[in-house]
Write a protein that binds this ligand. Structure first.
Ligand code: FES
Length: 293
């Protein structure tokens, strides 16, 4: 069972202690802090699976802290609690990245239910990623994969001079170059592993991390950043269920952020397999993603 962790900022010591005990009683790991500085420090050093944030902070800093927390770890869901719920503040909180906005006047059991619900989604995502990782490991152990790679090497009589070509063909087959594949090549071609690595890391076309059939690049250069590139990345992360630098469990999409791609006039911009999508808004993303098989 995966241990899910909650980071809790509650100023009231009594409520903090009650929430901490209730969450620990449900089997969650809990880190409870009394102020914004501690919350942001823990969030940066050790991201939890969920943040529970008391937004009634001194000097009306709650919304600013919410935004800072969301900017620091965009993929971590944040639930806000307040003693002064209004429609306007709820809208503002959602705009700044909260996934829920709860009144403290409701029974604590309701807050705990919202937390359970948000963490259940996190659990499913974590499990999906773990399964994907296991699948990737199994992929290389599969004897048919090994024999395909050996076939690629034997086509050129295991000649060292064909190393780049071997790596290109292996990547075409597996979509990336697993470490075990590089070791296998080094052994069969009778060259040192550092030599194989030096080639695999020198050329940008090679990837040592799993990549999907479709590469999604989101521009976070200055122009795109200013015009909402971060929100576009967030929407893509939500739509694909992965973070930047990751690949979907079915190896369909890989998502990466890049710096200026040279068409700032169309900002914010993202690309799929080199095709540009400019002047992007979050609501257009689902329709674009479904076009890719
Ligand atoms: S900053 Fe995104 S295209 Fe230039």
């Amino acid at each position: 069972m995966i241990q899910l962790n909650v980071l809790l900022l509650e100023q009231d010591p009594g409520r903090r202690s009650n929430l901490e005990k209730a969450l620990a009683g449900k089997g969650y790991g809990v880190r409870a802090v009394p102020d914004a500085a501690s919350l942001l420090a823990v969030l940066a050093a050790n991201p939890p699976h969920l943040v529970m944030l008391d937004v009634d902070l001194p000097k009306n800093e709650g919304m600013a802290v919410l935004k800072a927390a969301h900017d620091s770890q965009p993929s971590v869901p944040i639930i806000c609690e307040t003693e002064n719920p209004t429609v306007e503040s709820a809208v503002e909180a959602m705009r700044r990245g909260a996934v829920n906005y709860i009144s403290k006047y409701k029974p604590m059991t309701e807050s705990l239910e919202f937390i359970d619900h948000a963490l259940e989604r996190e659990r499913m995502e974590v499990e999906t990623r773990l399964k994907a990782r296991e699948r990737r490991v199994r992929t290389f152990d599969d004897p048919t994969t090994l024999s395909r790679i050996d076939g690629i090497l034997s086509e050129h009589d295991y000649k060292e001079s064909m190393l780049i070509s071997y790596l290109q063909d292996i990547q075409k087959d597996l979509n990336y170059l697993p470490q075990d594949a590089l070791r296998f090549v080094a052994r069969r071609v009778n060259v040192s592993l550092p030599r194989v690595y030096s080639i695999a890391t020198f050329y940008k076309a090679f990837s040592l991390r799993p990549r999907g059939r479709h590469l999604v690049h989101v521009c976070l250069g200055t122009a795109c950043h200013v015009r909402g590139g971060g929100k576009i990345l967030e929407s893509l992360e939500r739509e694909l269920g992965i973070g930047a630098g990751e690949t979907t469990y079915d190896n369909k999409f890989s998502l990466e952020s890049v710096r200026c791609v040279g068409c700032c006039g169309l900002a914010p911009v993202f690309m799929i397999d080199g095709k540009f999508y400019g002047k992007m808004t979050q609501d257009k993303i689902p329709d674009i993603i479904v076009r890719y098989e």
